[in-house]
Design a protein around this ligand. Structure first.
Ligand SMILES: Nc1ncnc2c1ncn2[C@@H]1O[C@H](COP(=O)(O)OP(=O)(O)OP(=O)(O)O)[C@@H](O)[C@H]1O
Length: 355
C-alpha cells in the first residue's frame, strides 16, 4: 500500500509518504494532534488532500496528478472509531447488514458470516445495542467494518473508550485479526502496550510528519523514537518455545539471539511461536560473562547505538544475532563500564512479559 498526502490546514500540515505492508497491523503512534486521524481520513477519502496519491492492493484510489479521487463509498475499506456508534433502533444483525448496504464494492457474500465468526458475536445477533456491554458493542462495530470484506481496515483508537477489563476482553480478537486477515490494518493508538502487543509495522508521526516507519522491532529501538524514551520503553522479541522445566516452573524459548528462560508456559507446546515484551529497564549490561549469578538470561550482544537523556539515563541499543534490544541504564554505569558503540558485551535480561 502506497500513501502520499500533503494536506495543509491553517495551523497544521499533514505531509506523509508511506509504503506500508500489504498484510498485518501497522500501528500509527504519535502525540495528540500529530495527524493520525487526519491520515486515516485521507485514506478513507473523507479529506481530499490537494496533493495525494493512494494505491491499495494494486488499485489506484487517488492521484491528484491524474485527477483520480474515489469517493469514500467506492473505497473498499472498513473504519472503526473510538466509540462504536451503532444504530440504536437496529439489532446487531441489522446493524451489520446496514453497513453492507451503504457500500458499492461488495464482492464477498460470505463477508458478514466471516466477520461474525472472527469477532465471536453470533450469540449477539438479535440483541439491541443498548443491551450490549461496551466491549461487545466495539466487537460488533469491528465486525460491521469487516462485514463489507474491505481491502483495508482503519481503526482509530478502538480501545481508548474502554476500561482495562473490556480492553483485555477485546485484545484476543484483535490479535486474531492480526493473524488471520489478509489485508493491511492501520491502527491508531496512544498506547505503547497496544503497539507492542499488536503491531507488525510501526509508523511514528510528529507534527504531521513521519519521524519513523519500519518493522516493529527496528522502529521500537530507534533511539530518537518517542517510544524508546521513558519507563515504558520496550522491545519485542518473536520467539519459539523450545523446552520446559516444570520442576523449576520455567520454560525455554529460542530466537536468533539465543535461548531465554521464562516463567513456565504450560499452555504453549514446544514449537509454539510467542511474542515477548522486554522492558528496556529490565535489561542490564556486563562486560564479562558472569560465572556465578542468579540471573538466568545472559546473552552476548553488540552495542549499536547510545543516547543520553536529561534525567541521567543512557539508552543503549544492542544487537543480539541480528535482533535489536534496548537497555536503559544509568549514565554513571555507562561511564564506569566505558560503554561505546561497537563493543561486545553481555545483556542480562529479566524474565519477560508474554504478549
Ligand atoms: N478540518 C480541519 N481544519 C483545521 N485543522 C484541522 C482540521 N482537521 C484536523 N486539524 C488539525 O490537524 C491536527 C491533527 O489532528 P488529528 O486529529 O489528525 O491528530 P491526532 O494525532 O489524531 O490526535 P489525537 O491523538 O488527539 O486524536 C490538529 O492540530 C487539528 O487541529
Amino acid at each position: 500500500m502506497e500513501a502520499q498526502f500533503r494536506l495543509p490546514f491553517p495551523d497544521f500540515t499533514l505531509e506523509v509518504d508511506l509504503q506500508l505492508p500489504a498484510k498485518g497491523v501497522t500501528a500509527l503512534f504519535g502525540h495528540s494532534g500529530s495527524g493520525k486521524t487526519t491520515l486515516l481520513r485521507c485514506i478513507a477519502g473523507l479529506e481530499c488532500a490537494p496533493q495525494g496519491f493512494l494505491r491499495v492492493n494494486g488499485k489506484l484510489w487517488q492521484d491528484s496528478k491524474q485527477d483520480v479521487f474515489l469517493p469514500t463509498h467506492q473505497r473498499p475499506l472498513g473504519y472503526v472509531f473510538q466509540e462504536a456508534s451503532l444504530f440504536p433502533h437496529l439489532n446487531v444483525r441489522k446493524n451489520l447488514e446496514f453497513g453492507r448496504k451503504r457500500v458499492s464494492f461488495l464482492r464477498n457474500p460470505a463477508g458478514l458470516a466471516q466477520a461474525v465468526e472472527l469477532l465471536g458475536i453470533s450469540h449477539l445477533l438479535e440483541r439491541m445495542p443498548d443491551k450490549l456491554s461496551g466491549g461487545e458493542r466495539q466487537r460488533v462495530a469491528i465486525a460491521r467494518a469487516l462485514a463489507v470484506s474491505p481491502q483495508v481496515l482503519l481503526m482509530d483508537e478502538p480501545l481508548a473508550a474502554l476500561d482495562l477489563k473490556r480492553k483485555q476482553e477485546i485484545l484476543p480478537f484483535l490479535t486474531r485479526l492480526q493473524g488471520e486477515l489478509d489485508i493491511p490494518i492501520l491502527y491508531v493508538t496512544h498506547s505503547p502496550q497496544e503497539v507492542t502487543q499488536l503491531a507488525d509495522h510501526l509508523v511514528v508521526l510528529e507534527a504531521g510528519k513521519v519521524v519513523a516507519s519500519g518493522t516493529l522491532e527496528e522502529t521500537l529501538t530507534q533511539l530518537d523514537s518517542p517510544l524508546a524514551q521513558g519507563k515504558q520503553a520496550a522491545t519485542v522479541l518473536q520467539v519459539t518455545v523450545c523446552g520446559h522445566e516444570p520442576e523449576f516452573h520455567l520454560s525455554q524459548v529460542q530466537f536468533a539471539g539465543g535461548v531465554l528462560s521464562l516463567p513456565y508456559q504450560q499452555a504453549a507446546a514446544v514449537g509454539t511461536a510467542l511474542r515477548l515484551r522486554v522492558y528496556a529497564r529490565d535489561v542490564s549490561i556486563t562486560l564479562q560473562q558472569p560465572e556465578q549469578t542468579s540471573i538466568l538470561n545472559v546473552l552476548p550482544a553488540t552495542i549499536t547505538g547510545m543516547a543520553h537523556d536529561a534525567a541521567g539515563r543512557t539508552m543503549v541499543r544492542l544487537n543480539m544475532g541480528g535482533v535489536p534490544l534496548l537497555s536503559h541504564i544509568t549514565r554513571k554505569s555507562a561511564s564506569v563500564l566505558g560503554l561505546e558503540k561497537g563493543m561486545q558485551v553481555f545483556a542480562q535480561i529479566k524474565a519477560t512479559a508474554i504478549l
